[in-house]
Every structure is written in structure tokens, then in C-alpha cells.
Design a protein around this ligand. Structure first.
Ligand code: SAH
Ligand code: SF4
Ligand code: F3S
Length: 474
């Protein structure tokens, strides 16, 4: 039996073990089945798609114990926050929400509040929770989600807090229960962890070393999804280009991508690909199979070589542009999005202007833009920084002007085109309008005839806004 307190250690999380990773099958302890009967859970998910997928597994485990999903926090016996540590504001949001839950715990002392995900992997965060957030009963990390049943049981019947966070990555666990949140679009993990150690980034510490699922397990999952009527899969990894390296798999990600394409599932996407090792084999595979969607998220982070170097990104602006050129040559109508960090420590006006210039040259369809946020334990957090927050905010605003300008231009160029849309369902704002995405990942809100979620229909684009298109089904 593990002890109730197993706290995360930053020093251990920094290590990369040479040991091989095993694949284990999930087994539900029959003694736990039923502990959730007549009880409800609420799950709040923050952060990236990896967390969304993890939440699907958490929901699956809880439901196999007998829990059902609650409609609100007030209605729940168990509230889990699946957290993100990527930037300080992401963490502040979570601390705010833990604070808000205090009154519910006072009203109902049997309520269990649990913290999961990337923040739970951080030593500083768990210490802070222990010191100041007494309403939290349960903390577990990204490496032991499969233990959720035992942990909830402990939290329900122990007077102490239950804290179990492994600092070293765990094995790969297959056959996990799940509750898919989507009906026709699914996330499929192909690998876990990250070994890139970009100097600003916390992910290699919260997600452990890179480890790939077997091709067979991934294909089984995709085929199962396809047979259940799913139309789209997004292959997930912090850097999908690294897929298979730990398995010494010949062909690596390009091979996997081809195999997934051959399943015949309608739409395949992947995220995130790193600009550093985007092989020609990958480019050729994307070009060769029509069910691999012509849209790529290729985070550049900065348009200045010195900054890229200090970030530890492993490519130059010239190499990045060359990768984009190779991609466009093979797939002419490819759309691109990117991630950019402004205000990296000591970034000068000139260096930031290089980012603007690159943006003008790339004319991305979309970008996620961030102000640099120091993360405790990362190398960049120790760098001096002579750039004020005010300057960083101005840079972000200037960049976001560009983002909006090109997003609108790209969308305007699509007016009068006929596009294929995978229907998500009624639009959030106006239920008489249906929304969905094109292969190029453009959001379209359109007047529909007779469609249901999961259909792929032809739509004529009639108007363009910055973040979406308007259209009519034809
Ligand atoms: N694995 C993905 C990125 C995951 S994090 C990749 O390498 O592309 C998503 C984005 O968050 C990153 O691309 C980066 O732009 C941003 N980010 C990561 N750490 C950050 C930090 N400390 N401050 C600000 N933005 C950060
Ligand atoms: Fe973070 Fe870099 Fe890994 Fe992406 S590749 S998760 S930015 S360390
Ligand atoms: Fe956040 Fe962890 Fe994803 S830090 S971005 S939830 S890998």
C-alpha cells in the first residue's frame, strides 16, 4: 500500500531515466466498483488537448466506479480540477477556482475536491496547496491517472489528505476506461511526455520523458473510433515528430501517419509538430493521403535567431522558412497556424520586430500569442529580464493586430468558395445556424438544410469575419 503523501520533486522530474517503458493493461479493481453509486462528479479541464484526453479517461474511470456526471459544482460529491501549468495566469485561474470552492466544502464537508494535471506535478504548487488550500482533499498527477479509483476511495474514507504524485514518468497504460466528450471528433494520444526542454517550458517536468504508444494500439483505437462512427481523429503528442524514436520504429511518425491514413477514417489531424525535425518523409506523407488534413500548426515562438537559440528551439528562422517552403511545395493550399511568445527575457525592440517581420512574411491563418511567463524550475526563470510588463503588453497588442489582419484576409479570400464542412452542431450563439470546420480548420457558421452533427456537407461561403466564415449549405 502506498503512503497517503507522495509529493512531487522537481529534481527528480528533471531526470531522464534510461530505463525502458513498459506497456501495462488497466485492470479495474472489482472491490472499487460501486463506490460511486448515487454519487456525482464534476470535472473542470484547463490547458491543452492532452488534458482534455486525460479528463476523458478520468471520467471513464469514475463512471466505471458508479459515479455519474453532475450538472454543476453544487450538485457534485466529487469535484476534480484537471489543471495546466504552462503560464502563471493559467495557474492563477485554478487557484481562483479552488478558492471559490471553499464555501461548498463548508456547506458539505463530505464533498471531495481533487487537483490533477500539470500543476499537481509541481513541487511549489503542492506545497502551496498544503499550506493554504485546506479545502483540497486529493492531489494526483499526470503519471498516475490510472490509480484514480484507489485514490478516490482513499480520499472518501481517510481523514488525511490523499496526495500521490509520481515525479518519474509512469508506464504506458492501455485499455483505460474512457468517456469520449465528442461524438464524431476524437483525440488519440500517440505519445506522452517531452524531451525537448525548451528553456521556458514546464511541460518536460510535468509530463516526463517521451514515450510512444505502439502502432498497433493506436491503430486499434482509430479503427474502433471509425467503427463507432467517428469522422475525425487528432493524433496528440507534445512533439509528434518524435513519435516512435523510443521504439526504434523505422519511419517514425511518417510511418504511423501513413498507417492511420490507410484506416480510411475521414479526417486526420495531428498536434503538435516541432519545426526542428519535420522530415521530408512527413511532408510527403501529408501530401500523399487526402484524409490527412491540409492544415499544420507549426509553433515558431520567435522570428529572431538569437532568441530562438536562448529558447533552445533547435532551428533558425531560415530553417523554419525552409520547412514551410517544403510543405507548401508539396501541399499548395496548406493553411498554417503558430504559437509566439513575446517578451522573452531581454528581448529587444529589434528582436521583436524580427518576429513581426516573420509574421508578415508567413501571413499565418491564425496564431496563439503569449507574453512570456517565468516557470519555476525552468532555465529561463533564472534569466535576468530588462523588459517591463508594459512593453511586453504593447508588443503583444502589436502582434495581435497582425494576427487579426491576416486571419481576416485569409477568410475574405474564401468568399464564394465551396467548402466541405464537418458539422459540429448548432452554433452556440444562434441555434438556427449550424457550425463546423473545413479541412483547412476554418470555422464556418452556416444556414443548413437538414443536417446532423457528424455529417460532412458542402457549404458556399457567403461572408468572412476575422475568426469565422458565414455560409449556406448547397
Ligand atoms: N509542445 C508544443 C507546445 C505546448 S505549450 C510545442 O512545442 O509546440 C503551447 C505553447 O505555450 C507553446 O508553443 C508556447 O508558445 C507557449 N508557452 C510555453 N511555455 C510558455 C511560457 N513559459 N510562457 C509563455 N508561453 C509559453
Ligand atoms: Fe515545451 Fe518545447 Fe516540449 Fe513544446 S517542445 S512541450 S515548447 S519543451
Ligand atoms: Fe498545460 Fe500541461 Fe498541456 S502545462 S499546456 S496542460 S501539457
Amino acid at each position: 500500500m502506498r503512503k497517503n503523501y507522495e509529493l512531487p520533486s522537481l529534481n527528480e522530474a528533471k531526470l531522464r531515466s534510461k530505463g525502458s517503458v513498459n506497456t501495462e493493461q488497466f485492470i479495474l479493481d472489482p472491490q472499487l466498483v460501486g463506490i460511486g453509486l448515487h454519487k456525482k462528479y464534476m470535472l473542470h479541464t484547463f490547458g491543452c488537448q492532452a488534458n482534455v484526453r486525460d479528463s476523458e479517461v478520468m471520467a471513464g474511470i469514475l463512471e466505471s466506479l458508479g459515479f455519474t456526471m453532475a450538472n454543476s459544482d453544487e450538485d457534485a460529491d466529487l469535484i476534480l480540477l484537471n489543471t495546466c501549468a504552462i503560464r502563471e495566469n493559467a495557474e492563477n485561474k485554478v487557484f481562483g477556482q479552488i478558492g471559490n470552492l471553499k464555501h461548498l466544502k463548508q456547506k458539505n464537508p463530505d464533498l471531495i475536491i481533487g487537483i490533477a494535471g500539470c500543476m499537481a506535478q509541481e513541487e511549489v504548487v503542492v506545497n502551496k496547496i498544503l499550506q493554504s488550500y485546506h479545502q483540497v482533499d486529493l492531489v494526483f498527477g499526470t503519471h498516475n491517472i490510472h490509480r484514480l479509483g484507489d485514490l478516490v476511495y482513499k480520499a472518501m474514507f481517510s481523514k488525511e489528505k490523499t496526495i500521490e504524485v509520481y515525479s518519474k514518468e509512469g508506464d504506458i497504460i492501455e485499455n483505460l476506461p474512457e468517456r469520449r466528450f465528442g461524438e464524431h471528433k476524437a483525440w488519440v494520444n500517440i505519445m506522452y511526455g517531452c524531451d525537448k526542454f525548451c528553456t521556458y517550458c514546464i511541460v518536460p517536468f510535468t509530463r516526463g520523458k517521451e514515450r510512444s504508444r505502439s502502432v498497433e494500439d493506436i491503430l486499434d483505437e482509430v479503427n474502433d473510433l471509425k467503427s463507432r462512427g467517428f469522422k475525425e481523429v487528432t493524433l496528440l503528442g507534445q512533439n509528434v515528430n518524435s513519435y516512435g524514436k523510443d521504439l526504434q520504429l523505422e519511419g517514425g511518425f511518417a510511418y504511423l501517419l501513413k498507417e492511420v491514413a490507410l484506416t480510411g477514417i475521414e479526417r486526420i489531424r495531428f498536434t503538435t509538430s516541432h519545426p526542428w525535425d519535420f522530415t521530408q518523409d512527413m511532408v510527403n506523407t501529408i501530401a500523399a493521403y487526402p484524409n490527412i488534413m491540409p492544415y499544420i500548426h507549426l509553433p515558431v515562438q520567435s522570428g529572431n535567431n538569437d532568441i530562438l537559440k536562448i529558447m533552445g528551439r533547435r532551428y533558425t528562422v531560415e530553417e523554419y522558412k525552409d520547412t514551410v517552403r517544403r510543405l507548401k511545395e508539396a501541399i499548395p493550399h496548406l493553411t498554417f497556424s503558430t504559437d509566439i511568445i513575446v517578451g522573452f527575457p531581454n528581448e529587444s525592440d529589434e528582436q521583436f520586430n524580427d518576429t513581426l517581420a516573420l509574421y508578415d512574411e508567413m501571413k499565418y491563418d491564425f496564431a496563439f500569442t503569449f507574453i512570456y511567463s517565468p516557470r519555476s524550475g525552468t532555465p529561463a526563470a533564472k534569466f535576468d529580464d530588462n523588459v517591463s510588463l508594459e512593453v511586453k503588453k504593447k508588443r503583444l497588442a502589436a502582434l495581435n493586430e497582425r494576427v487579426k489582419k491576416y486571419a481576416l484576409e485569409h477568410n475574405q479570400a474564401m468568399v464564394n468558395q465551396i467548402v466541405e464542412v464537418l458539422v459540429d452542431g448548432p452554433s452556440k450563439k444562434d441555434p438556427s445556424i449550424v457550425s463546423g470546420y473545413t479541412p483547412h480548420q476554418k470555422l464556418v457558421n452556416f444556414k443548413a438544410k437538414d443536417v446532423k452533427s457528424g455529417d460532412i456537407v458542402h457549404v458556399k461561403v457567403t461572408d468572412a469575419k476575422t475568426w469565422f466564415l458565414l455560409g449556406e449549405q448547397i
